[in-house]
Ligand binder design. Structure first.
Ligand code: MN
Length: 390
């Protein structure tokens, strides 16, 4: 019996001892234990680990690298499994969790074939659904690190330029959307030209991401250089980062691309993660996107983004791209769920195509853990606030 008394801290629950995600609450760096947070300051972790968690962010821990991550996780498993509370242990609530690390660069990929084909059909009905480069390289774009916000932050409806039959106009978006994604938080030494097999030592953990998107702005601006203001206004990320080590038994083979890839992208045994996402719109579950359907792995994404000499550094956030599965109730954006606004989604009698002011979107996820347990990814939630009147 653990000294931590919390019905949510068992192996049957997503935030049991098998998960132990890291975050930052008002008392400092913490691990989530059920519905509480165990502060790491004050615990006897040894002189190597203590300075890594003594500040109000995960930045020092991210920079420390895989050996320190493994050592800390092993020590915390011991601490939370003990029969009596260790000296210095302090449990606090989850409220007030902040963005736990300084986001260095934010890159967003496009690694679901189902999503790429759906968007292709909606945006380019007369062209090929999938562009010819998609099966040869992980398509991505550089996002805006400065507007990555923690779960719970309201999302103000953005202004932008969009096309109408009378020409371009400027104003609040009429097509505010979500993208349900999985994000990889990087750490370890600064590195470039990573091979896929080296990439795993540069990923600290996994978080849920909502890549909010203004589709009318995006549709007008995206050619020829890709997304810009249609996405840069806000990207939400969960407050708790689940360590990559927690997903040891959740590894699965990704679906085949259908052609060979160039040698720098070849993985000996490629693996994705068997994560099931769930998207709630105003409390109604509208989709269950399966992350195991992603074609490109994070290892290939990191190898590709650093292949030209660009560096990967601690705090980089690498998002997967919208997670969509083959069926309608597995689509990770409302653009796809409503098929470009033509097929409304019914929420308790209300019809929706895109987001209205006051709407709340909550994304949660789980993966299989050791011994039949469930590994949780903390929610990423956001409510739409009305556009600025200025
Ligand atoms: Mn995206």
């Amino acid at each position: 019996m653990s000294w931590i008394e919390d019905p949510a801290f068992t192996a049957d629950e997503p935030f049991g001892p098998q998960t132990l995600p890291y975050g930052v609450v008002p008392g400092g760096v913490a691990v989530r234990v059920g519905d509480q947070a165990l502060l790491l300051r004050g615990l006897a972790l040894g002189e190597r680990l203590e300075p890594l968690v003594a500040t109000g962010t995960l930045d020092a821990l991210l920079a420390a690298g895989r050996p320190a991550w493994s050592e800390l996780r092993a020590r915390l498993v011991e601490i939370v499994s003990a029969a009596s509370a260790p000296r210095g242990a302090e449990l606090v609530g989850l409220d007030g969790a902040v963005l736990p690390f300084a986001v260095a660069d934010y890159v967003d990929f496009y690694s679901s074939r189902h999503h790429a084909e759906n968007v292709g059909r909606i945006f380019r009905p007369d062209g090929e659904a999938l562009l010819p480069n998609w099966t040869h390289l992980p398509i991505g774009y550089h996002g805006r690190a400065g507007t990555v916000v923690v779960s719970g932050t309201p999302v103000v409806r953005p202004h932008g330029q969009r096309r109408t039959s009378a020409g371009p106009v400027f104003g609040p978006t009429g097509r505010l959307d979500i993208e349900a994604e999985v994000g990889f938080v990087c750490g370890g030494p600064v590195a470039s030209r990573l091979t896929p097999s080296q990439a795993v030592d540069h990923v600290f953990g996994v978080a849920l991401v909502n890549d909010w998107s203004a589709r009318d702005v995006q549709a007008w601006e995206y050619q020829p250089l890709g997304p810009f203001l249609g996405k840069s206004f806000a990207t939400s990320v969960s407050a708790w980062i689940t360590p990559l080590e927690a997903f040891a038994v959740a590894r699965v083979s990704p679906p085949p691309l259908g052609n060979d890839v160039l040698p720098y992208l070849v993985e000996e045994r490629p693996w994705g993660l068997d994560i099931d996402l769930e998207v709630e719109w105003n409390g109604v579950v509208v989709s269950r996107p399966p992350f195991r359907e992603m074609s490109w792995t994070f290892a290939q994404q990191l190898a590709h983004l650093s292949a030209n000499g660009a560096t990967v550094r601690p705090g980089d956030l690498i998002a997967s791209g919208t997670v969509s599965g083959p069926s309608r109730d597995e689509r990770g954006s409302f653009l796809e769920l409503s098929w470009g606004g033509k097929e409304p989604v019914v929420l308790d009698g209300d019809e929706r195509t895109f987001l209205e002011d006051g709407d709340t979107v909550r994304i949660t996820a789980t993966a299989p853990g050791e011994g039949g347990s469930v590994v949780g990814l903390a929610e990423v939630v956001g409510t739409v606030a009305p556009a600025d009147e200025r």
